[in-house]
Design a protein around this ligand. Structure first.
Ligand SMILES: [Zn+2]
Ligand SMILES: [Zn+2]
Length: 420
């Protein structure tokens, strides 16, 4: 065992003792999920926990964001990030601590669920921050835990940056973040370079001319226009993107009309794009615009469609040197089979904004949250796709060993910088 790994061990010596408390924090946050930019209660818990263990705490950064600072002698500053928000999803896990919460979104009540596991991320970071505060003789430097709002809308990291994160706090030497995903519980997966895709979402409003359903000749039917557009959009990935490149174009919402015998005036398409490099991204976005306009014209639309960007996520690129440092630390602590090299995933994250805009090397990794037996069985039978993924109403990470693995990973990776 390396010296750094021994230092990590001594920080983690208290993990077992704090685990029951962390488990209750996790269940509490899980059953009280909050939508993006409404994370007041969650932020309050994070702030209170940090204060109790001696961190200087700044709240309200970028609306509900929380930044802790713990100075512990000379050494690098390491920023550790967790996102706090939940999703407008009705929980169907059947867990005893399942969410029954509803909240208001755009003036309407919606069910809310931690369907992306950000409750786990908050708990991991509380755990790691607590353990570091308890064992100050095992490390040197400054720890900066950051609890970020609104990852799910792509607005949270930017809101913290716009609120002066880079001016109000010391520039770190590295930024670390982690996400729970489908995978054998406790396994760590990461890679050097691009790890999550760029994400772009758009709302497209297509205009026709309404008429009685029995008189199509008097209409310009936006339902047919939108249907043709949706089908043609499928050819972007199959016909315009090289087989060696990757992209996703998903139409997640298509809405038009109110009644079977009324041809409506317009149709609204909402779509989402994922890409792994800027050239492919530009090409896909240009193709969408071209197809949408051409289909409107083919239908004889009275005016051009309106294309409105909804949200945008940057590529998350792991710095090669910092990633190697983190992986070496993981390998010297975890059993070899638990540290895996992953492929880039088509999920997107705004974690990348911190490192890119602050010009600080950052590392992001995944922690498996699926019951190991279930996962092994699914792998054997080729049914991994049947395991509920993030954002599914049945997404339910097993608490153990997912909870301890995320705390361990955060401590072990941080120690790769903070060890004296
Ligand atoms: Zn998510
Ligand atoms: Zn997420």
């Amino acid at each position: 065992m390396s010296e750094k790994s021994q230092q990590a061990q001594s920080v983690l010596a208290n993990l077992k003792a704090v685990l029951p408390d962390l488990e209750s924090v996790y269940k509490d946050i899980h059953s009280h999920p909050e939508l993006s930019m409404q994370e007041k209660r969650t932020a309050g818990i994070a702030a209170e926990r940090l204060r109790a263990t001696g961190y200087e705490v700044t709240t309200g950064v970028g609306n509900t964001g929380v930044v802790g600072v713990l100075r512990n002698g000379d050494g690098p500053t390491i920023m550790l990030r967790a996102d706090m928000d939940a999703l407008p999803v009705r929980e169907a896990t059947g867990l005893p601590y399942a969410s029954m919460v509803t909240a208001e979104q755009n003036g309407k009540p919606v069910p809310v669920m931690h369907a992306c596991g950000h409750d786990m991320h908050v708990t991991w970071l509380i755990g790691a921050a607590t353990l570091f505060a308890k064992t100050r003789n095992a490390w040197r430097g400054t720890l900066m835990p950051v609890f970020q709002p609104a990852e799910e809308t792509g607005a949270g990291a930017q809101a913290m940056i716009d609120d002066g994160l880079f001016k109000r706090f010391h520039k770190p030497s590295a930024i670390l973040g982690q996400h729970v995903m489908v995978g054998s519980s406790g396994d760590i997966g990461t890679r050097s370079g691009v790890i999550t895709s760029a994400g772009d979402s758009f709302e497209i409003r297509m205009f026709g001319r309404g008429a009685h359903g029995s008189m199509p000749q008097a209409s310009i039917d936006p339902v047919v226009m939108a249907a043709a557009t949706v089908l043609r959009l499928q050819t972007i990935v199959s016909r315009e993107v090289a087989p060696t490149d990757a992209a996703v174009v998903t139409v997640g919402s298509l809405q038009a009309g109110t009644k079977e015998n009324v041809i409506p005036d317009e149709a609204v398409i909402k779509l989402n794009v994922r890409t792994f490099n800027e050239d492919v991204r530009k090409r896909v976005l240009a193709a969408i615009e071209r197809i949408v306009n051409a289909e409107a014209e083919a239908s004889g639309a009275p005016k051009k469609p309106e294309i409105t960007p909804l949200d945008r996520y940057p590529l998350v690129k792991n710095d090669p040197e910092a990633t190697k440092r983190a992986i070496d630390a993981f390998r010297s602590y975890f059993p070899a089979e638990r540290v895996k090299e992953t492929k880039p995933t088509t999920a997107s994250e705004d974690f990348g904004s911190f490192g890119t805009e602050w010009q600080v090397p950052s590392v992001f990794w995944f922690v498996g949250g699926t019951d190991p037996e279930t996962y092994a069985k699914a792998k054997k039978t080729g049914t991994i796709a049947d395991i509920p993924t993030n954002h599914n109403p049945r997404f339910a990470p097993v608490i153990h060993p997912t909870l301890e693995a995320g705390v361990e990973a955060m401590v072990v990776a941080s120690q790769a910088w903070l060890s004296p």
